[in-house]
Design a protein around this ligand. Structure first.
Ligand code: PMP
Length: 392
């Protein structure tokens, strides 16, 4: 073949197999996938509109409706991680010049505010310290004052490890003609969520937490009220990729024949199908109980080691991500490095105002087992002994 130019040599790294150790991921996500999920990723690829794939999409949709406890027709997966679903909620529901009220008690309210602001939506923040949650009274005051078209809350605020109570919050929002958007990326499957009963208008989650699937496909559901807001927009949805009218068609939520919108991430859809099947087989109530049991076991063990949790009120502790205060005589990173080096177990640090001040220990889905809790406790306990007083 006649050379058209000088070809750069191929990268030699690609001639060697990937090589990494097996790790137990007990941070805030991703969490480990069970073999059935990993096996699903290696199934042969189907076409994104083949009837067999369409059936798998329908099964995913039914699984998401179960996980969210909703009958919403507009229930789909966004092809992207949790941020993509967050962005989809933002760009479909909100229009430039409208007001959104955002509960900010950690990173995720902050992120949603950022997204809304980029879309020229007016953002009114209800701000509270990380590790605390919002009361109905606080929200009502905000609704009266700001008259937002939508209100955002994170159910599982993974940066402050809180579980936001949501009962009656949707009804309250609707009293003020406001839609209710909930981020349940770090919560669904780990704590109760009743989308329809609690009158939540948009809920989204990710694949890599309690669903125990690889990151990359993110379930989202829109209530009838939310759908009407989207359908009756005055301005076009600024994103083609996240346009819910298109996605609803691709996911078979309208009467029309499914059209090509984008190529569904086939293997990731297989994987989340198996993650949802796992949750369905375990059952939501058992899954919630398992997360609670493991989290309490962790809390007791940590207390025995002389450690304290960031969130004092047991009722608002998120079992999926647990924030532990770092004692002053130890550097969080030393202990976390010790745990990884000696036990191949991941324990993460804090974000934002809590960086350096907390460890975050995840207990999610397939990883929510007493054995894993014991592994973390052993690694932290030994790590503390080993690292105490060694660095500032
Ligand atoms: N919301 C919450 C509450 C989260 O914990 C995360 C992930 N840490 C996200 C959103 C974003 O998800 P992703 O990293 O998959 O984009």
């Amino acid at each position: 073949v006649a050379a058209m130019g000088t070809v750069s040599p191929p990268p030699v790294e690609l001639f060697k197999p990937m090589n990494f150790p097996l790790k137990t991921l007990m941070g805030p996500g991703p969490s480990n996938c069970p073999p059935r999920v990993l096996n699903a990723c290696s199934l042969p690829i189907l076409g994104h509109l083949h009837p067999e794939f369409v059936q798998i999409m329908d099964e995913v949709k039914a699984g998401v409706q179960y996980a969210f406890q909703t009958k919403n027709e507009w229930t789909v997966c966004i092809s992207g991680t949790g941020h993509a679903a967050m962005e989809a909620a933002c760009v479909n529901i909100l229009e430039p010049g409208e007001t959104v009220m955002v509960g900010v008690n950690g990173l995720w309210g902050q992120r949603f505010s950022d997204m809304a602001d980029r879309n020229r939506v007016k953002v009114e923040k209800l701000t509270k310290p990380m590790g605390t949650v919002f009361t109905l009274e606080e929200v009502e005051q905000g609704l009266k004052k700001h008259k937002p078209v939508a209100f955002f809350l994170a159910q599982g605020e993974s940066s402050g490890s809180t579980s936001q109570p949501l009962e009656k919050m949707g009804q309250l929002c609707h009293k003020y003609n406001c839609l209710f958007i909930v981020d349940s990326v770090a919560a669904v499957g780990g704590v109760p969520l009743f989308m329809d009963e609690w009158e939540i208008d948009v809920v989204y989650t990710g694949a890599q937490k309690v669903l125990s699937a690889p990151p990359g496909v993110s379930p989202i559901s829109f209530s009838q009220r939310a759908k009407e807001k989207v359908v009756n927009r005055k301005t076009r949805i600024p994103s083609f990729y996240f346009d819910m009218n298109e996605l609803a068609n691709y996911w078979g939520c309208d009467d029309g024949p499914r059209r090509y919108h984008h190529t569904g991430p086939i293997s990731s859809v297989y994987a989340i199908r198996e993650g949802l099947a796992r949750l369905a087989e375990v059952g939501l109530e058992s899954s919630w109980a398992q997360h609670k049991m493991c989290a309490e076991m962790l809390h007791e063990g940590l207390e025995k080691l002389g450690l304290k949790l960031l969130v004092e009120d047991k009722d608002i502790r998120l079992p999926c991500v647990n924030a532990v205060l770092v004692p002053s005589d130890v550097n969080w990173k030393d202990v976390s490095d010790y745990a990884m080096k000696n036990y191949r177990v991941e324990i993460s640090g804090g974000l934002g105002a809590l960086a350096g001040k907390i460890w975050r220990i995840g207990i999610m889905g397939h990883n929510a087992t007493p054995d894993n809790v014991n592994l973390v406790l052993r690694a932290i306990g030994e790590g503390l002994q080993h690292c105490r007083g060694k660095s500032s």
